[in-house]
Ligand binder design. Structure first.
Ligand SMILES: Nc1nc2c(c(=O)[nH]1)N[C@H]1C(S)=C(S)[C@@H](COP(=O)(O)OP(=O)(O)OC[C@H]3O[C@@H](n4cnc5c(N)ncnc54)[C@H](O)[C@@H]3O)O[C@H]1N2
Ligand code: MOO
Length: 419
């Protein structure tokens, strides 16, 4: 007689898993390899940016006071004493009614406090000297990028756990990080169980299907910032599964298996956990899909027994594995981003358990809308290709209709977290 499984609420299951979530190790990588990684420390500005007052335009640096009486009828004449480009520093001191021809990015010469754009000044030669005339007054500070206007020394640049996107990469370069301390990527073993599984390159034969889950999980692992370790296909044989898992465990941070966690004659994962001496944290969650999701721990190492059904497996990863990965990567918000959206179609099925409906969320006029995608069954794979969110319908409800405001949990975009 089978032992009856008691479903626990989703939030409780997540909590049980998160008790084992730990921050990961750090490593240094060259800046050129930092994109897509997560910062392992808070970064502070050790200097101002810009580091000096500089010109945002090609033009002339002047003393604003000299232009005070300039007008169309009475232009003011200034002598141009030198020219500086970006990367140069003025060699001469600027006296009254003198100016410096200056290029975008060059430091403002001492004594100058405004810049006149090239288009607003007329330049001419007289007696071997260069002059400009300007026909309007400028105020002190006009057209100057001030030292520290972007970032001031001591300010926080980016916090530990920040995803290094191209903008963060620019910040790192600005502050001279040729190497960056990032979170080490967690290594996650992935094993697909089941005698029915074929390799992706094998032709279909009666009764068999291709192992799509391993590739799906591999992509989910990469998307969440970790490194997948492919442990291949394991047959429905407890001895062989146990041997393969025991061999793989020391080299990975967690292990994910897919399939074999239900109550069928060949669902051996519960037997394997027992033989390993692992503690099962839960083996049934009040959710659909993914009710059979089982999580165990062995000496603090999590073993995720995800469902074999593709959609259930997918949801299991996003709910239970992702937050552990993100915690290892120092995220302070490791769970999927939760928000609300207006349902665009009726969803009339009853929801005995919390239901995670694969959905496409779009924004229109500042409002989010959610459309369920594909068939809502746990063995469906096509819906996953279209989903960018999960609509979350609470257990014990039914009869949602178009226009209802529902909870949605956003899946990550391909470039890092949705948060
Ligand atoms: N009598 C009961 N039967 C089932 C129950 C139950 O409570 N009582 N639960 C059902 C639910 S809910 C689910 S979900 C599935 C979960 O089963 P398993 O996680 O043990 O997975 P398998 O039986 O191994 O496979 C399920 C399904 O998925 C296909 N599969 C498996 N691995 C892969 C893979 N790597 N790539 C693609 N597809 C895969 C497999 O062929 C099966 O069709 O159990 C229900 N049964
Ligand atoms: O785990 Mo099953 O997906 O609840 O359908």
């Amino acid at each position: 007689m089978l032992e009856k499984r008691n479903p626990i609420p989703v939030a409780e299951a997540i909590q049980k898993v998160m008790l084992y979530a730990r921050e990961g190790e750090k490593e240094r990588v060259p800046l050129t390899e930092a994109y897509g990684r997560y910062l392992a420390e808070d970064l502070y500005a050790d200097h101002d940016v810009p580091p000096f007052d500089r010109s945002p335009y090609d033009g002339f640096a002047i003393r604003a006071a000299d232009s005070a009486l300039a007008s169309l009828d009475h232009p003011v004449e200034l002598e141009v004493i030198e020219t500086i480009g970006a990367g140069q520093v003025a060699a001469k001191a600027v006296a009254a009614f003198q100016a410096v021809r200056i290029m975008t990015g060059a430091p403002i010469p001492d004594g100058c406090d405004a810049v006149v754009m090239l288009e607003l000044a007329k330049q001419y030669e007289r007696n071997g000297k260069t002059y400009i005339s300007i026909k309007r007054p400028f105020r002190s500070g006009d057209n100057i990028s001030f030292q520290g206007e972007d970032v001031k020394k001591g300010e926080v640049l980016a916090e530990k756990g920040t995803f290094i996107n191209p903008g963060v990469q620019a910040l790192l370069a600005t502050f001279g990080y040729s190497e960056v301390k990032v979170a080490q990527k967690p290594k996650i073993g992935i094993a697909a169980t089941g005698n029915e599984l074929l390799d992706v390159s094998e032709p279909l034969v009666p009764g068999k299907i291709r192992n799509s889950n391993a590739y799906m999980i591999q992509a989910q692992v990469l998307r969440s910032g970790a490194t997948p370790v492919d442990l291949g296909k394991l047959p429905d044989d407890p001895d062989q599964c146990l041997a393969a898992i025991e061999q793989a465990l020391p080299d990975v941070d967690f292990l994910i298996t897919t399939g074999g966690v239900s109550v069928g004659d060949y669902d051996y994962l519960p037997v394997i956990y027992e033989r390993l001496g692992a503690e099962v944290l839960f083996n049934k969650v009040a959710m659909r899909p993914g009710s059979v999701t089982t999580v165990a721990q062995l000496d603090g190492k999590l073993l995720f027994g995800l469902s074999g059904n593709p959609s259930a497996c997918y949801v299991g990863y996003e709910l239970f594995v992702r937050p552990v990965v993100r915690t290892m990567l120092y995220s302070s918000t490791p769970h999927l981003y939760k928000t609300k959206a207006i349902l665009l179609e009726d969803f009339t099925k009853p929801n005995p358990f919390t239901r995670f409906v694969r959905s496409y969320v779009s924004a229109q006029g500042g409002q989010l809308y959610a459309s369920p995608v594909g068939m809502d069954k746990s063995n469906i794979v096509t819906s996953l290709a279209k989903a960018n969110a999960l609509t979350v319908l609470p257990g014990g409800t039914r009869g949602f209709v178009k226009g209802d405001l529902v909870d949605v949990w956003l899946l990550d975009s391909e470039e890092g977290s949705a948060q």
